[in-house]
Design a binder for this molecule. Structure first.
Ligand code: AMP
Length: 416
């Protein structure tokens, strides 16, 4: 029997993991500079947490979650996104009592049983951040700038930032009524998927990818034109801060995103280097969610960004150079005594902080040199009886090709 990875999951092979580590290091650095501290939450949670936060009627909750009973019969779900778990932890550990504003970041695997296609997996990875405790539109903009900083440092472009306001509990109900009236007029001509949403989740009809739906809803009212004063002022300030930070953006009145918890700002960052699944990152404000999950009323805002899609963009537009790092030194050994010496020296130099490799297959010198090249070693030293007796060997720089004699006791300083 031949085992295969599960459909929609992906092995990250050694050729790729260098790029992943590089991207993760950039993410960590950007988060650190902006004061977001990492939180790591479990891979699974109680199912009700996601149903309550993401929304009972969303695609994620109705169709896509990996839900299973554990042996005690409790319903558990592999996390389909990060925000619900982070907020659960924030509430459970009373993080809000440590400071009035808590800034958290995360990076890890998420699970959704979607139809696999390019850029859409069943296990994928996201990095993201949440800021809890402030209503300031400055944090809405910070959430847009965090992933944009990561993309900027990786040289990813071109990108488009789309923003919208989805209103709040004060202005949204009256708007939804107006929208339902407009959608009811064209009901017969909507796709069955959108028809099902008209009563329950009418705003999702507006961001339907179906062309017929888009045509039918062209004249439908948009929430951004029906905001209450508070939401309108907030939205204007977000735009003004984006201008002030020199961040290009577009207002997309149809952007609602697939999660129910957003209030006021919603945004998405897309890349034209991706196909139909072109969203790299998305986020928004969720001022009611902490309370909805049982915590003290606390405003919040966050974003999540897909790592696999970022890798696709990086591969298409030229991945950053220097992500593959070979060993500092490869010690090629000719006979048994030198192999023993090479093994001990390898271990010693590794303890001193160097990446060192040697041969474990008793290969010919030629084959060892080929291996050192394949591993992109910076230096190679060949050790045999002569070198051991002389207490010195020839250290060869593999890129420049220059060689010099180095006493074996001084190998460490020669590598610096
Ligand atoms: P969402 O949590 O749906 O707002 O997604 C945020 C980001 O995660 C998206 O913009 C994608 O980059 C990524 N993402 C979401 N779902 C998937 C998936 N099934 N496969 C790969 N990446 C995904």
């Amino acid at each position: 029997m031949k085992f295969r990875s599960i459909k929609g999951t992906k092995d990250i092979l050694p050729e790729e993991s260098g790029l992943w580590q590089h991207v993760e290091a950039v993410v960590r650095s950007v988060m650190h500079r902006a004061g977001y501290r990492e939180i790591r939450t479990p891979v699974f949670e109680q199912t009700a947490l996601f149903a309550r936060s993401i929304g009972e009627l969303t695609d994620i909750v109705t169709k896509e979650m990996y839900t299973f009973p554990d042996r005690s019969g409790e319903s558990l779900t592999l996390k389909p996104e990060g925000t619900a778990s982070v907020l659960r932890a924030y509430i459970q550990h009373n993080l809000g009592e440590q400071a009035p504003l808590i800034k958290l970041s995360y990076c890890g695997p998420m699970f959704r049983q979607e139809r696999p296609q390019a850029g859409r997996l069943r296990q994928f990875h996201q990095f993201g951040a949440e800021a809890l405790g402030s209503q300031s539109p400055q944090l809405d903009v910070e959430m847009m700038l965090l992933p944009l900083h990561v993309y900027g440092e990786l040289g990813v472009k071109p990108l488009a930032l789309n923003i919208n306001s989805v209103g709040c509990e004060k202005c949204r109900p009256a708007y939804k009524d107006k929208l339902i009236v407009a959608l009811t007029k064209v009901f017969d001509r909507l796709s069955p998927e959108s028809q099902a949403r008209v009563q329950q989740n009418p705003m999702r009809v507006l961001d339907s990818k179906n062309e017929g739906d888009q045509e039918m809803t062209q004249a439908a009212p948009l929430i951004k034109d029906h905001l209450c004063t508070e939401c309108r002022t907030h939205f204007e300030e977000v735009q003004s801060l984006l201008h002030a930070t020199g961040t290009p953006f577009e207002i997309n009145g149809r952007l609602v995103r697939g999660l129910d918890y957003y209030t006021k700002t919603a945004f998405e960052i897309t890349s034209s280097a991706l196909g139909s699944q072109d969203a790299l990152a998305g986020g928004g404000r969720y001022d009611l969610l902490v309370e909805e999950l049982g915590g003290k009323a606390t405003p919040g805002v966050g974003f999540a960004a897909g790592l696999e899609r970022l890798m696709i963009v990086l591969e298409k537009t030229g991945a950053p150079a220097g992500t593959m790092r070979g060993p500092d030194l490869f010690i090629a050994a000719i006979d048994d005594p030198s192999r023993r010496w090479a093994f001990s020296k390898t271990q010693e130099l590794r303890k001193r902080g160097f990446a060192v490799e040697t041969d474990f297959l008793q290969r010919s010198l030629k084959a060892q040199m080929r291996e050192a090249n394949r591993q992109q070693a910076r230096f190679v030293m060949v050790i045999g009886e002569t070198e051991l007796q002389a207490g010195a060997g020839r250290l060869k720089h593999m890129v420049g090709g220059e060689e010099r004699t180095v006493p074996l006791g001084e190998l460490e300083s020669a590598l610096v």
